[in-house]
Structure formats: C-alpha cells, structure tokens
Ligand binder design. Structure first.
Ligand SMILES: Cc1ncc(COP(=O)(O)O)c(C=O)c1O
Length: 463
C-alpha cells in the first residue's frame, strides 16, 4: 500500500467510522446476509486466505468494539485493541459446518459426539506431540469455568494461588469467584525481557498455597517458557505439593524463532502428573463466544476430583465450531499465525520509527503487544489525572490508576482502545496491552492515530 493509499484509507475510515468495510453486520441483519458474501472467506486460487481486508465488527455486540462505544459514546473509537480476540473472518471450515447445522431447526440437548474428543486427541498429537488420554479429557464451557472447577477442588477459600505477574487479568476474577487469594511472583525484567524469579517463586509458597496458575505462552508479556523454566517450576511445585494448572490457550501464536513447550510433554513424568492443562480452539480460531474448551491430565485422581466440580453446559454451536476448526482449519490457522507474526514486526518497526515515547519488545508469542508507556504516564500527568478522577467517584469504588487514565486518553485523542496494564497485577503499572490480531490496514490506522495523538494533542488535556 502506497503512502497516498494509506492517507486516503485513513480519511475514508475516519469519515466512514469503518461502517462501509467488508462484512458489516448491522444490528438485526440476518446470518444469511453474511453467508452470501464471498463463500465463507474462502482462500484465493493460491490457497491464501485474506486477512488484509478489514472486517467490520461494529454493531455486533462485540466486547472489543461495541463495549467501548457503549462506555465512551458514539464514534468514540475507530479501532478496538483490547480484549483478546481476533478481527478476522472465521476459517471457512467453521462457518460451513455451522451453516450446515443451522439447516436443522432443533436445538435440544447435546450428546457430546466421540468425533469431537477424537478430534481434540489427534490435533494435540499431530500438532504438539501431546498424548491426551480420552478417558482423562474433560469438555468444559471455557478455560475460566475449568480453572474455577480446579481451584474449587484444590484451594479452600482463603488459601493462596501462585501467579507470575504481570499476568492475565481474568485469573484474578477466577480467584475472586473461588474466594482464594493471589500470591504474586513478579517476573524479572532484564533489558526489556521478562524472566522468572525462581527463588522468589519458592519463597512465596507456604502451608496454604495449593495451586499455581501457569500461563504459557504468557498473557500479557508473550513469553514462551522454555522446557528448563517449566521443569524448574514444575519441580518446585511437586516438592512443595502445589498443583500446576497450565493455561495454554495461546499456544498457537508463536513467533519465528520461538517455541511453545506443552507442560504435558516435559520429560519428568512426576512433574507432568502433578498438572492439569487447559486449552481450547477459542483463542486460536476466534471462537471465544462459542463457549467451548477442555482440560486433561495424566493424573486420573486429579481429573476425577475436578470433574466433580465441573458442570459442562455445552453448546451445540460451540462443539461444532471447535470440531470443524480441528478437522478443517489447520491451514487457516498456520496462515493467521504467520500474518500475526508479521503484524508484530510491523508494530515493532512502527513504534521505533514513529512513537519513541512508547517502548516495546517483540514478544515470543500471543497476539498481544505489551507497551511500556511510562513516559506517556509522565507526559499526560496521568497520576494527577487519576487522583482527580478518583475523587469524583463514589468512595466505595476502587481508586483509578494512571494506566486507566492513559486508556481514556488514547480513546479520546486517538480513538483507539487498549487495556490498562494496572489490571494485570504487580508489574503491570506503566504498561498497556495492545491486541494486534487485526488486518494490517486497521493496525496501521491505529498506530498512525496513536502517533498523531502523541505528537499533536495537548498532552495534559483532561480525560
Ligand atoms: C490466558 C487466558 N486464559 C483464559 C482466557 C479465557 O478463556 P475462556 O474464554 O475459554 O474462558 C483468556 C482470554 O483472554 C486468556 O488470555
């Protein structure tokens, strides 16, 4: 795309609020309308899927686009870069399977077919060399419900759960839900790279620490933990009787030169036996609201106990979409992974060239970029803004953070929504999380907006 094209596109998107882009689903439009557009996102003659054409998600009740509009007002954002889902059309195998099932107009209770668990088992063997025992595989409504069932099983209310922070903010919700407490093991930041402080990790284990939630690849830093890291963590947990709950939902997004090591494939069988792995097709294939995930272990006792706390409220569409993803979506997934890796390169170069105020290091995995915005915090006086805004809200509400002020500032001045780092636990201060799983054009629009906002806006304007 030429520079001129970029500018025209930008003006167009500004004016159109992206409403005229491909795939718009106005409220109330039918599924058939969507299906009528270019054969379920089929690949071109060379087998290439189109991730370049922006796919408009406004007006679909999406958390990423419509929630900020609801909070900040009409036309407040042009690009949603918050919650971790993707902006692409689904893999055609998924849309086709769903459309086929829609022809049958009955939605009674679902008997989970063997073809679904067979698909999960063969996918894991083929792609990651994990041996999943179908007898020890449990389907659940999402990774959260699975984790909550495990926490309820191993961690009495009031007990502590280890986390490597900054970490996925949703884990804190799972702890609240189970009445457990976070024991935060801060990651060490050396030359812009995160690593685990093993001594600190072990020191934090006490008589009431029963579980560790491992996130690999790690949300939000993008780290893919090495076999050595995982073994060391696993050995500490085994010795100290702490169960490892391995959340590997981001495993399909690994950038060039990095590697995802499934916890279940570590050579120390006793370490593996002390773990449960949680996964889903949802992150990999953009199926988050389909509510379907699964967990497994080599430890029959763990699985039996967690199963007793897991109520799988399964949906027909969730199962069909996930099964179709595993049977017919691999080529699409490989291509989207390469595309996102390219997005990371684009982001890294763009920031270095145009947004020197924000520091970023290309992550090893995930489709998330973890931005160091400490200089923005200072420039816009975000600490003062947070203190002022906190005074205006009711005393029962949690004080607002400088990062939340940065979030608001970027919505107001750049029409881009990102997540405040302060919600990712200790170590999240001075950071923002940016989701880059979108078309390159949308990404470019967002980055241009951020650069222009930092260059042109009165920096200390109220938010
Ligand atoms: C690390 C991690 N675990 C779990 C989830 C949510 O999983 P689910 O939607 O299956 O409950 C997310 C979503 O962003 C995530 O990043």
């Amino acid at each position: 795309m030429s520079h001129q094209d970029g500018l025209n596109r930008r003006a167009f998107l500004r004016n159109a609020g992206m409403t005229a882009l491909v795939g718009a689903v106005g409220t109330g439009s039918s599924v058939a309308t969507v299906a009528a557009s270019a054969a379920f996102g089929a690949p071109d003659a060379n087998g290439k899927y189109d991730f370049d054409t922006p796919y408009n998600r406004f007006g679909t009740d999406s958390t990423k686009y419509d929630q900020p509009i609801r909070i900040y007002g009409k036309d407040s954002i042009q690009v949603g870069m918050g919650i971790a889902d993707m902006d692409f059309r689904a893999a055609p195998a998924i849309t086709k399977a769903l459309m086929d099932r829609l022809q049958h107009e009955n939605w009674g209770y679902l008997d989970m077919p063997k073809s679904f668990s067979d698909g999960i088992v063969s996918w894991n063997k083929r792609r990651y060399n994990i041996n999943v025992d179908p007898e020890l595989l449990v389907i659940t409504t999402g990774v959260h419900p699975g984790l909550i069932a495990a926490l309820k099983t191993f961690c009495p209310p009031g007990s502590k759960v280890l986390l490597n922070t900054p970490t996925y903010n949703g884990f804190y919700g799972d702890l609240t839900y189970t009445g457990t407490r976070a024991e935060e093991n801060p990651l060490k930041l050396v030359n812009g790279r995160y690593s685990i402080d093993f001594e600190d990790f072990e020191r934090r284990i006490s008589h009431d620490t029963n579980a560790f939630i491992l996130c690999n690849p790690q949300n939000p830093t993008g780290n893919c933990w090495s076999p050595e890291d995982l073994t060391r963590l696993g050995e500490i947990c085994l010795r100290r009787r702490v169960v490892v709950l391995a959340d590997e939902i981001h495993c399909d997004f690994v950038n060039k030169g990095s590697k995802y090591t499934p916890f279940a494939t570590l050579p120390n069988k006793a370490v593996v036996n002390n773990s449960i792995t949680f996964k889903a097709a949802s992150k990999s294939f953009g199926l988050a609201a389909m509510k379907c995930a699964w967990f497994f272990s080599d430890n029959a006792d763990y699985i039996a106990r967690v199963k007793a706390n897991n109520r799988p409220d399964l949906t027909t569409m969730g199962m069909i979409a996930s099964r179709a993803a595993y049977s017919g979506g691999e080529d699409w997934l490989n291509q989207v992974g390469t595309y996102i890796d390219g997005n990371h390169d684009f982001v890294e170069k763009f920031f270095a060239a145009n947004i020197p105020l924000i520091k970023i290091a290309k992550p090893q995995g995930t489709y998330l970029a973890w931005l160091d915005v400490r200089q923005v915090v200072d420039k816009i006086n975000a600490k003062d803004l947070a203190a002022e805004a906190s005074k205006k809200q009711s005393a029962s509400m949690k004080a607002l953070t400088p990062e939340q002020m940065v979030e608001r500032w970027f919505v107001k001045n750049a029409k881009v929504h990102m997540n405040a780092g302060s919600s990712y636990g200790y170590g999240g201060e001075g950071h923002m999380r940016m989701n880059i799983a979108t078309s390159r054009k949308t990404l470019e629009l967002a980055l241009n907006n951020l650069a222009a906002a930092l260059k042109n806006s009165p920096l200390s304007s109220a938010v």
